[in-house]
Design a protein around this ligand. Structure first.
Ligand SMILES: NC(=O)c1ccc[n+]([C@@H]2O[C@H](COP(=O)([O-])OP(=O)(O)OC[C@H]3O[C@@H](n4cnc5c(N)ncnc54)[C@H](OP(=O)(O)O)[C@@H]3O)[C@@H](O)[C@H]2O)c1
Length: 209
């Protein structure tokens, strides 16, 4: 599959590297040509270019820029993104004295900003380091990757990208539920930072009466 990535930072390199190893043709797109080139070379990506090049390249396009920059960027690229699967991994989270809080939910904003694109929320829960692992699995269970999508074809594209890196897709409903994934990230990241173990909170199926 052709995958365009908007951004040249940690998530672009980690997920772009995983998809490149899985055989996808990844184009790293950045506003800084040299950084796009360096990131693409560091992961052996097929190509690099501008943000618009990435938008035009992808059957799927990953938005891997800070949440604060994402709506304007997606709006600017609405033309080239039309009809494509746009995967939003951003976490619109703000640190406060009361812990991490959610800013305005993002996925719906991106869907409105992009107009004709098929926005999917996915890959926002795990730290960047997890996506650098080969086929991430914990306690012998492949990592489940939850996603929210409205459009069936975009859901199928996302499932392919998740499965191809050895993870298990977990369909969590339509984009109206994407804010729950964002809220889950705010909660889990706070727990991880404080030394807690979010994984320990959920009993395995079969133990639930
Ligand atoms: N890091 C994590 O563990 C993690 C986990 C899950 C989700 N996320 C989400 O993933 C997204 C990317 O995180 P990251 O860790 O990869 O960030 P990062 O390493 O700081 O990279 C951010 C990228 O966004 C680009 N950028 C910033 N403002 C931009 C703008 N206005 N227009 C175009 N490009 C812009 C930067 O380009 P320049 O180099 O030119 O500034 C850089 O390439 C964030 O929304 C974050 O919430 C991160």
């Amino acid at each position: 599959m052709n995958v365009g990535i908007l951004g040249t930072g940690g998530m672009a390199a980690a997920l772009g590297g995983a998809w490149t190893r899985a055989g996808h043709r990844v184009l790293i797109g950045g506003r800084n040509h040299e950084r796009a080139k360096l990131t693409a070379e560091s992961i052996g990506a097929a190509a690099h270019g501008s943000l618009e090049d990435a938008a035009r390249h992808g059957d799927a396009v990953l938005v891997a820029v800070p949440a604060a920059a994402a709506p304007q960027l997606v709006s600017d690229l609405a033309g080239p993104l039309a009809g494509r699967t746009v995967i939003d991994c951003t976490n619109p989270i703000v640190a406060t004295s009361d812990g991490l809080l959610l800013d305005e939910p993002m996925a719906g904003r991106l869907a409105a900003a992009a107009g004709g694109a098929h926005v999917v929320k996915a890959f926002n829960l795990c730290h960047v380091s997890i996506w650098t692992l080969h086929r991430p699995a914990f306690e012998n269970v492949p990592l489940a990757v939850p996603y929210c999508a409205d459009h069936p074809a975009a859901a199928a594209v996302t499932e392919t990208l998740i499965s191809s890196i050895g993870c298990t897709p977990a369909a969590c409903g339509g984009l109206a539920r994407a804010a729950y994934l964002e809220a889950t990230a705010a909660l889990a990241i706070g727990l991880w930072w404080s030394g807690g173990q979010p994984r320990a909170m959920f009993p395995p199926m079969g133990q639930v009466a």
